[in-house]
Design a binder for this molecule. Structure first.
Ligand code: ADP
Ligand code: ZN
Length: 437
């Protein structure tokens, strides 16, 4: 394969040079951080009074972790490190797990961020001849404007369609010959179902690729989207605390997400002990941003679970690859004492061909026990009024879940298009247990 780099020098920088770059940038970040009330207090407490107190990359371990709670405490301006008149934009997290947090950008920060996103997009084989429909929310959420700027930097024609409204999305695709889209994986599945229902033929659109991210999804879901829509799907990872998209992205080898180590320092720690896990193992991803002056965030506990692939990527990039993020530490469900991640359920059901494109996990109290119900839509070749195949499918889902993740859920089948669809991040789990007590 002919791999293409947007920034050939930085993307293939030999590791020793990459690390020297990281150290220099980390020192800069310390200088900026010390200008914020929050980090001034945190860093001086551990004896870091200036950039000169950081002598090697290993010194990062002296810096205390930053948590989402800290960011909320510092709201609104406690983490701002430049005068307000130098700030040109703010963004906020989606608030999936609570109050949103805010980050600020100066002009250079916005430029660097677009550069990283452009790198991600270009690395999937796109170029300025592509027509890019950005089917994700614009606004405070970083996914809209972040991808928009990256696409423009490459010189693609960017259509700021935003999320939702599939009929209009199809029309835009047909009218302008869209070749690449960005969306959540759940919205892409929804688009595919709607395409059938609205009678939009695959031949009437020119789609070749999609960037899918903002929420966890399994390899089976990726394959399903690729096969149903006849496109290549690339995994995109980012979080607003680290500026949003552009943190880690798959290249054309599609095996792990290159984390841009000239922009971010990554550590993988045991979420309980906060000690580094052995090389290659899974743990909580901790990130330090190196490419944003206005809100330097150091050793941020993302709560996302991942690990690094130990071997180099065939594409030649020297930046390490993250494994697909399976979920957050706080997504974990405890069902009758068994620990379970929603992604484990997703992996099973999306691998079953007869299952449709949407599902929902419901947890309730049943006396003193927990009861788990998996609701899935059925695929287009199964009819809701024909009991035999429905029963067989229900049994198949139940047995596969039981065999692979030792839970025995109730399985409910629903007609295609009948389960709720969210325009942003999908809400896959409805935990009603606290309401019952
Ligand atoms: P919030 O934390 O409120 O959801 P963000 O919009 O900043 O706000 O979302 C970032 C989070 O989304 C990440 O920390 C991660 O949990 C999830 N996420 C983003 N991209 C991916 C991806 N490709 N795979 C899995 N999870 C992802
Ligand atoms: Zn690669």
């Amino acid at each position: 394969m002919n791999y293409q780099y947007w920034h050939p020098k930085m993307e293939t920088l030999p590791r020793p040079e990459l690390e020297a770059w990281q150290l220099a940038r980390l020192k800069d970040m310390i200088t900026y951080a010390l200008r914020t009330p929050f980090y001034k207090e945190r860093l001086t407490r551990v004896g870091i009074r200036g950039a000169e107190d950081i002598k090697s990359l290993d010194d990062i371990k002296r810096i205390p972790f930053t948590t989402k709670h800290d960011l909320r405490e510092a709201f609104p301006y406690g983490m701002l490190s430049v005068p307000l008149e130098d700030v040109i934009r703010l963004h906020a997290s989606s608030g999936t797990t609570g109050t949103p947090t805010t980050i600020y950008f100066n002009r250079q920060d916005i430029g660097r961020w677009s550069g990283f996103v452009a790198r991600c997009i270009y690395g999937t084989g796109c170029n300025r001849t592509d027509v890019f429909q950005n089917m994700i929310s614009y606004g405070l959420f970083t996914g809209g404007l972040g991808f928009h700027a990256g696409g423009e930097e490459i010189g693609m024609l960017v259509i700021p369609s935003g999320s939702g409204n599939t009929t209009r999305q199809f029309k835009l695709m047909q009218d302008f010959g869209t070749t690449v889209v960005h969306a959540t994986p759940s919205f892409l599945l929804h688009v595919e179902s709607r395409m059938k229902e609205e009678g939009v033929s695959r031949d009437s659109i020119s789609l070749k690729r999609a960037f899918a991210g903002a929420e966890p999804y399994s390899e089976d879901t990726r394959r399903r989207i690729e096969e149903l829509l006849h496109i290549d799907v690339y995994n995109s990872y980012g979080l607003s605390e680290m500026s949003g998209p552009g943190v880690a992205f798959e290249c054309q080898a599609k095996n792990g997400l290159h984390l841009w180590e000239d922009g971010y320092i990554a550590e993988i720690v045991d979420p309980e002990t906060l000690e580094p896990v052995p090389e290659g193992e899974i743990g909580e991803l901790v990130l330090t941003i190196l490419c944003r002056e206005a809100t330097p965030i150091l050793r941020y506990r993302t709560r996302d679970l991942s690990g690094f692939y130990p071997d180099p990527c065939p594409c030649g990039r020297t930046h390490r690859r993250l494994r697909r993020i399976t979920g957050r530490t706080d997504d974990m469900l405890i069902i009758n004492g068994v620990n379970l991640f929603p992604s484990q359920i997703e992996e099973v059901i999306m691998g079953i061909r007869e299952v449709g494109n949407n599902y929902l996990i419901v947890v309730e109290k049943d006396g003193s026990l927990d009861r788990l119900t998996v609701k899935t839509e059925v695929g287009p070749d199964i009819f809701m009024d024909d009991a035999r195949p429905l029963n067989a499918l229900r049994e198949k889902i139940r047995k596969t879940l039981q065999a692979l993740i030792t839970i025995n859920p109730r399985v409910e089948l629903h007609e295609s298009g009948s389960l709720p669809v969210s325009e942003g991040k999908a809400k896959r789990v409805q935990d009603n247990r606290s309401k019952d007590v």
